[in-house]
Design a protein around this ligand. Structure first.
Ligand SMILES: [Zn+2]
Length: 260
């Protein structure tokens, strides 16, 4: 992927599947035609163990790192210019503090559709990540307590797309909340979150993303789609529960990049 040929010529969609574990994602590949129809999840390591830390890194251009020991394969898509570090010719260099304003400087309209608590804009802290974008949106129906959150998020994105010229450069960011806890309600009768209920949540999310991908395909430019998790979560492994902790079920995340 040569990002210097992508930026300017493609729309870019970045989707964080909040809290999705790598193992859960791999087990559902065959049931996720929209996310995995063209390939497999790649195993990567997240730069942050919870939403706030991970997204600051992502917007700084630090996407999840390939979980391989050969560093020559680790080609960054984005990198700050003039750091003194050697960069790959396929890496897109930005002069701004973050990739969102960097893409804005290249003429992109930047839109954030929030999901989990750090995107709610309800308190000052929850305004930080959305403030990277020219336009940002959050509704109660986009949040973790709504079992149809992805449907509402996608519906909102489709309405926004109607207001964006087909030829305008677009960077659309979507933080999917449905896979984050609570997710037990995606398995009828389940009383607590588990790998199984997270897998069911992922199947639900994949089913909703199809409409977003179809709408993006109707735009003038081809679309680079970056989809990954910000961190996993523990369901009792070695006694751990949740995330914002260092355990392989938290730091291993699924990653995909493809053209729509
Ligand atoms: Zn998160």
């Amino acid at each position: 992927m040569n990002m210097n040929e992508i930026v300017g010529s493609h729309d870019i969609v970045m989707i964080t599947l909040d809290t999705l574990r790598y193992d859960a994602a791999v087990l559902e590949e065959e049931n996720c035609p929209n996310l995995c129809g063209g390939g497999h999840w790649e195993k990567r390591h997240t730069p942050g163990s919870f939403t706030y830390a991970a997204h600051h890194a992502f917007f700084g251009g630090f996407l999840p790192t390939p979980a391989t020991t050969d560093k020559s394969e680790h080609i960054r898509l984005f990198h700050s210019r003039n750091t003194g570090m050697r960069t790959h010719p396929h890496t897109w260099l930005f002069d701004t503090p973050d990739i969102v304003s960097g893409l804005q400087a290249e003429g992109y309209r930047t839109i954030c559709i929030g999901g989990v608590i750090f995107f709610t804009k309800k308190v000052a802290l929850a305004k930080v990540l959305p403030s990277y974008f020219q336009q940002s949106f959050w509704r109660m129906t986009f949040g973790v307590t709504n079992p149809r959150s992805t449907e509402h998020q996608v519906n909102h994105a489709l309405r926004l797309l109607e207001q964006v010229e087909r030829n305008e450069r677009l960077f659309l960011f979507l933080n999917v909340s449905a896979i984050h806890g609570p997710n037990h309600y995606y398995v009828p009768g389940a009383r607590r979150d588990s790998v199984e209920t997270q897998r069911a949540a992922l199947r639900y999310v994949d089913g909703e993303l199809g409409r977003l991908f179809a709408a993006m395909r109707k735009r003038e430019r081809p679309v680079l789609c970056l989809v990954f998790s910000d961190h996993g979560t523990a369901y009792g492994e070695d006694g751990y529960e949740g995330h914002r902790l260092a355990h392989e079920v938290v730091w291993n995340v699924p990653y995909r990049e493809f053209i729509l």
